[in-house]
Design a binder for this molecule. Structure first.
Ligand SMILES: Cc1ncc(COP(=O)(O)O)c(C=O)c1O
Length: 642
């Protein structure tokens, strides 16, 4: 279906078709849907009942409360549901296959460190004993304060210094189940010494490098050249050193991390099989183990293509759980080794779905001719007349020829302009005619573009630019850094055909501050179908599945700061509450992050304004107004405010 085709203007467009076009059922894992009236809804199952809330109602409520766009909306119910789903899927897989161990999830704090999120993970995860993974001292402090001692596991990855280890060991005395994962050979002597000094036997995990390489963007975290983990030689040394210190009984975990966002289930199976081989041989060496931590990797289908593409996944959660349980079981049964507790450190699969970035569109650039004259004046340059003639003769059979001619005359006119032989008005007229020619060519070849391979880029080249009130660098850094795909679509007007095609530009004025890769209609495209703006009405877009990594990795490019964040809880009666609200950065906040002192800036500006009064450039009243404007600017939101 081609959204720029005339069919999109027809009356039989339905909201259902919009749901299909934007692939809502494919990427949303059932958390979002389109209403018959064309509104995007978030869906929550409460007490067996389906409750839905329109995203546009959440936005309107925020407006009434004085919170302007852009806003990151977190839906608590979704995080709750995802934690339940992961734990219940493993429980089902375990029951179904007769596995004799259990499952424990730990959420890697680095995936979203925001305190609201960690609080929610801790409270929603409590009923499943879901724990936390800490990769640094700061994250360990978060983990210890967020979990009760008898709640979930705390898995400590990353480089650990003495302070980190001592805190973990003392916390172990309180009853916390803390695992120190040895990532490099240098860590073990320190861990042994700290344990001996404190008189506490640490629970040790060994992270091994698997040679299985996985596909996907993060495949460098897997395979022999992965940065973290022990080689098999180093693993043997670790076992021997533990034996020498009479501490092999402390080795309670084997840890592997295949990578993040693993799209292909076969890679997961292969990696788990290899991990089991290590597990078997370590058990034979006499290590008690009992815990097999398989790290992250459970993917999110950002693309909605259910494929092994980098931003997709070719398996379901059920399949993931069942495959892991079955592979572990069959590998260990062969050697009569008892089934360990399976741990996974799923991050993105838990938190991605619950956050939506919503922003308004500020402006549009269209690549269309406007105000074309009825005729070209006789004294216009010959090449402008030539362009006009080309325009009049565009048809399907001559599409390529017209395109070549238009390009030729347009370039000639640019040269003439550079040499001062035609003026700005003539050049503007020529550009206008040129755009009209391209638009006509695009229209006549619609549906038969494959007959004109050289004109393949025309549709994208003539698409609109929609300027959105957001920063790619602050809110969607992975789009800039790793070409990540996120589902993006309007949150209203879905009962209207989206007759425009556009790329999105943010307000950073950076040429990288744009989005020009979108997944819809089951494929990747360079443009997104959108609705034309209606004067006086806001047009809102949502970027979905942004709960993992984006907030933490975002930066202050152009000093656009954190957006407002609101947490929403959907209630059984179908209403919703704004349960938490974190105001985004003010201009003063972001200035202070880069070492300015807002008060000093204000002071300096006041002096400068005073000098203006003294030299008679402004009146004292104008000085007062100017200083007030400056002070208001400091207090204001960093984004565009209407
Ligand atoms: C050690 C470790 N565990 C877990 C994760 C989380 O992975 P994911 O978000 O794919 O679940 C990561 C991320 O790269 C990681 O490095």
């Amino acid at each position: 279906m081609n959204p720029s085709s005339p069919q999109h203007h027809d009356a039989d467009w339905t909201a259902e078709r919009a749901a299909d076009l934007y692939g809502v059922d494919y990427w949303s894992a059932g958390h979002f849907q389109v209403s018959a009236t064309g509104l995007l809804q978030v869906r929550a199952e409460i007490g067996g009942e389906n409750c839905t809330v329109n995203l546009i109602d959440i936005v309107r409520g925020l407006q009434e409360r004085g919170l302007p766009m852009p806003v990151l909306v977190r839906i608590e119910n979704i995080l709750d549901a995802q934690i339940a789903l992961l734990n219940q899927s493993f429980a089902r897989a375990i029951a179904q296959s007769g596995y004799r161990g259990s499952y424990r999830g730990v959420f890697p704090i680095k995936v979203n460190q925001q305190s609201q999120v960690i609080d929610e993970v801790a409270s929603f995860g409590a009923r499943f004993g879901h724990g936390l993974e800490a990769g640094s001292k700061a994250e360990l402090l978060i983990a210890l304060a967020s979990l009760d001692a008898d709640q979930g596991y705390i898995v400590c990855n990353g480089y650990k210094d003495e302070e980190f280890i001592n805190l973990g060991l003392m916390a172990q005395k309180l009853g916390y189940r803390i695992f120190f994962v040895v990532e490099t050979p240098a860590e073990l002597p320190l861990l042994i010494r700290c344990g001996q000094n404190a008189g506490i036997r640490p629970r040790i995990g060994a992270r091994v490098k698997l040679s299985s390489r996985v596909s996907g963007h993060w495949n460098a975290t897997s395979g022999d050249r992965s940065i973290f983990g022990l080689t098999s030689m180093q693993l043997i040394d670790l076992v021997d050193e533990l034996k020498a210190n009479d501490m092999l009984d402390c080795m309670e975990m084997l840890h592997v991390h295949l990578g993040s966002q693993i799209p292909n289930i076969r890679d997961i199976r292969t990696g788990v099989m290899e991990a089991c081989r290590y597990y078997v041989d370590l058990a034979r060496e006499g290590a008690p183990l009992g815990n097999l931590d398989l790290g992250g990797g459970l993917a999110v289908d950002y693309e909605g293509s259910r494929s092994s593409h980098v931003h997709s996944m070719n398996y379901s959660l059920e399949e993931y759980c069942l495959d892991i349980v079955e592979v572990v079981m069959s590998a260990l049964d062969l050697h009569d080794i008892s089934h360990p507790t399976i741990i996974t450190e799923s991050g993105r699969a838990l938190v991605a779905y619950g956050s939506v970035l919503i922003f308004n569109i500020l402006d549009v650039t269209r690549f269309e001719a406007h105000r074309l004259p009825e005729i070209v004046a006789e004294d216009e340059h010959e090449n402008v007349h030539n362009l006009w003639e080309v325009m009049a003769t565009v048809n399907f059979a001559r599409a390529q020829e017209c395109y070549n001619d238009a390009l030729f005359y347009r370039d000639e006119i640019c040269d003439l302009f550079r040499r001062g032989q035609i003026n700005l008005r003539s050049r503007a007229l020529a550009e206008n005619i040129y755009l009209e020619i391209l638009q006509r060519i695009k229209t006549v070849i619609i549906g038969r573009e494959d007959e004109y391979p050289d004109l393949a880029g025309l549709k994208e080249g003539l698409s609109d630019i929609y300027y959105g009130n957001f920063s790619v660098f602050q809110s969607l850094p992975d789009i800039w850094a790793i070409d990540q795909i996120f589902p993006i679509m309007p949150i209203h007007r879905l009962d209207e055909a989206p007759s425009r095609r556009a790329i999105l530009a943010d307000i950073t004025c950076d040429c990288d501050g744009k989005i020009d890769r979108f997944a819809w209609d089951g494929a990747l495209h360079k443009t997104l179908p959108l609705h034309p703006l209606v004067a006086g009405d806001e047009y809102y877009l949502g970027v979905f599945l942004v709960g993992a990594y984006q907030e933490t990795l975002g930066d202050l490019h152009n000093l656009l700061g954190d957006t407002h964040v609101v947490s929403v809880r959907i209630n059984a009666d179908g209403n919703f509450d704004y349960v938490k609200e974190v105001e985004g950065d003010s201009v003063a906040d972001v200035l202070s992050y880069v070492e300015y002192h807002p008060q000093t800036l204000l002071q300096k500006f006041r002096h400068s304004a005073e000098r203006g009064v003294r030299s008679g450039k402004i009146s004292p009243v104008e000085r007062q107004q100017l200083v007030e404007l400056y002070a208001t600017g400091l207090r204001g939101y960093t984004y565009f405010e209407r």
